[in-house]
Design a protein around this ligand. Structure first.
Ligand code: EPU
Length: 336
């Protein structure tokens, strides 16, 4: 059923109040295809969890809200289980589903907002783990042929917050499901990320389980990152920039406390949050648009910010960071 003049505020985690002229839910693949076929020349707008987008204007095209649900074990042996989750499963609920069954691999990715379907698009990652480490394949609808295609892990061309779905396959597919290979025993724990080690110590845990790691991650994220149901946000607004070692060394000489992650012989990744904090924007607020006071990488909507105000704020930050550090911050969030 197509509804008219629907506010998209409840459907984006920034809580931006723009209108969809026409809005429909796709509760199955068949409904999705039917809706697509009602629109000429692929003029529709796919909405998933709405957790990685900044809406700056009303949407003229038909907004199709994906609502594809289901979790299924598709293969298993004594060591591994292979689980396929449909695109609209809420990511954190899915992670909890795996942990309740003692399936290991996704615990470090607890509490990331959004739905399963977006995980392969931007290769979500946190605390030393990325989705590319466990995702074996995903299924996607080719919007031209309306056929389902399968992408193996390698075909997804994963990189830091990157995949084929943000490059040559951009806007050509709708992810329908993703399949993960998880451990049933001999879980591989990733606890070397500084904050996790510290949190496990605080929790008094010496031999952590995957559930302990999830609890630690939830505690860390909750202390730094705002809960979108309380304060509108889209997680990290920018990617952490990867700079040449030459530029990095010049910066390090000037700012000895600059945190960094070596990438390879030629490049180093620098936390954008540090750059933004260093130029004084942490906790900054203009109207209802702001920079989170505990993590400068996160832009927040204090209530009635318009998308365009948040976009302007992001551009001001980009300009200032560029002027001071000669580094271009790339938005991680999709801006419409
Ligand atoms: N930092 C600051 N000031 C800040 C924020 C961070 O100085 O305001 C410094 C921290 O002190 C630390 C470093 O920057 O030395 C890294 O900070 P943090 O561990 O919080 O991680 P991040 O690099 O800012 C990335 C991801 C997050 C993910 C965390 C943990 C990106 C763009 N962001 O943030 O992902 O949760 O690592 O792994 O890579 C997301 O993508 O939405 C997201 C939240």
């Amino acid at each position: 059923m197509i509804q008219e003049n629907i506010s998209l505020k409840p459907y984006n985690t920034f809580g931006i109040d723009v209108q969809a002229n026409r809005f429909a839910q796709a509760n199955s693949m068949e409904e999705l295809i039917q809706l697509i076929q009602t629109t000429p020349d692929q003029t529709y707008f796919i909405l998933s969890g709405g957790s990685n987008m900044l809406l700056t204007q009303d949407i003229e095209n038909l907004v199709i809200k994906l609502n594809l649900k289901g979790i299924e074990i598709v293969a298993e042996n004594d060591d591994y289980v292979v689980v396929e989750a449909s695109a609209s499963e809420v990511w954190h609920d899915f992670v909890q589903w795996t942990l309740a069954r003692d399936f290991g691999g996704l615990e470090n990715l607890s509490l990331i907002p959004g739905h399963v379907g977006t995980t392969p698009i931007q290769n979500i990652g946190a605390y030393g783990v990325e989705i590319k480490d466990t995702m074996v394949r995903c299924k996607a609808l080719n919007i031209k042929t309306l056929e389902i295609e399968e992408f193996t892990n390698a075909a997804c061309q994963f990189d830091y917050r990157e995949s084929i779905f943000k490059k040559e396959a951009k806007d050509q597919y709708i992810i329908l499901s993703a399949t993960y290979k998880l451990t049933k025993r001999n879980h591989v724990l990733h606890t070397n990320y500084g904050a996790i080690t510290k949190e496990l110590e605080t929790m008094g845990v010496t031999t952590p389980t995957i559930q302990d790691i999830s609890h630690a991650v939830i505690a860390i994220r909750s202390s730094k990152l705002p809960n979108p149901t309380e304060l509108g946000n889209s997680g990290s607004f920018f990617k952490n920039p990867v700079v040449s070692n030459e530029l990095f060394e010049r910066l390090q000489a000037k700012y000895p406390t600059l945190p960094f992650y070596p990438v390879n012989d030629a490049y180093t990744k620098i936390p954008a949050g540090w750059l933004i904090e260093t130029i004084g924007y942490k906790g900054y607020r203009i109207g209802d648009a702001g920079v989170h006071d505990k993590q400068a990488l996160v832009l927040v909507n204090y209530g009635k910010a318009q998308g365009i105000e948040l976009k302007k704020l992001s551009e001001t930050i980009q300009n200032e960071v560029f002027n001071i550090f000669n580094i271009h911050l790339e938005a991680e969030v999709n801006i419409f």
